[in-house]
Design a protein around this ligand. Structure first.
Ligand code: AP5
Length: 211
């Protein structure tokens, strides 16, 4: 049976989370989002959770050792046997080197999008507090303002979607994550997509890559 061990690489707001949910449904493999794992930890109110919350709000990256150990544990679960979608991991060369010791990767999908569009998307993003569905106030609005179409949960704006955090996250991406494009290109497993159009177009391009 074909395996889909995928990495979604790209700047904040490129559409990784939106598309990861669609791939997970279509190919029946789990989405592993380090951002979601950290947001859950931040909600717990533990000492570690509070530390993670402060780091995320500042737009910096959570330390590599903690991030790697969480992903390693998650990839050890049975539901990853047919594959997985790593959404937001790896983000540094150290994370990528560690990942290569844990598992093989079949494809790295690199999301391309202009900076102005990123800022527009992130400042309009809203997320369901219960099921995590992703909306946009103008592009993908819910039927009833502030309420999730799927589960009726309340929508919220992420603390790091304020303009100062967005700028910081983009700078961190350029400095620490961008080098991963060449890292995976030289391994021959990097595939570029244009993610500036709409999620269906992103899925169409990914479908061709995976077939
Ligand atoms: P994380 O949650 O991973 O955030 P991110 O990488 O900054 O990505 P986003 O979730 O902001 O964007 P996305 O590409 O998923 O876009 P989305 O689909 O939502 O990380 C948050 C923080 O956690 C980090 O800053 C760091 O502190 C920490 N962290 C996480 N991983 C880490 C790691 N590996 N190491 C260390 N620290 C880590 O879409 C955005 C908006 O656009 C939505 O409103 C959506 O509706 C809309 N949209 C989506 N696609 C389209 C489209 N094609 N056309 C039009 N609109 C679209």
């Amino acid at each position: 049976m074909k395996k889909y061990r995928l990495i979604l690489l790209g700047p904040p707001g490129a559409g990784k989370g939106t598309v990861a949910k669609k791939i997970a449904e279509k190919y029946q493999i789990p989405q592993i989002s380090t951002g979601d794992i950290f947001r859950e930890a931040a909600k717990s109110g533990s000492e570690l959770g509070s530390r993670v919350k402060r780091i995320m709000e500042s737009g910096e990256l959570v330390p590599d050792d903690l991030t790697i150990s969480l992903v390693k544990e998650r990839l050890g679960k049975k539901d990853t046997e047919r594959g997985f979608i790593l959404d937001g991991f790896p983000r540094t060369i150290i994370q990528a080197d560690s990942l290569s010791e844990i598992t093989s990767i079949d494809a790295v999908i690199n999301f391309n999008i202009p900076r102005e569009e990123i800022i527009r998307r992130l400042s309009g993003r809203r997320i369901c507090s219960q099921c995590g569905a992703i909306y946009h106030v103008t592009d993908f609005p819910p039927k009833v303002e502030g309420i999730c179409d799927i589960c009726g949960g309340k929508l919220y704006q992420r603390d790091d979607d304020k303009i100062e955090s967005i700028e910081k996250r983009l700078n961190v991406y350029e400095k620490q994550t961008l080098p991963l494009i060449e890292y995976y290109r030289t391994k021959g497993i990097l595939y570029d997509i244009d993610s500036s159009v709409n999620p269906d177009y992103s899925m169409e391009q990914i479908g061709k890559i995976l077939s």
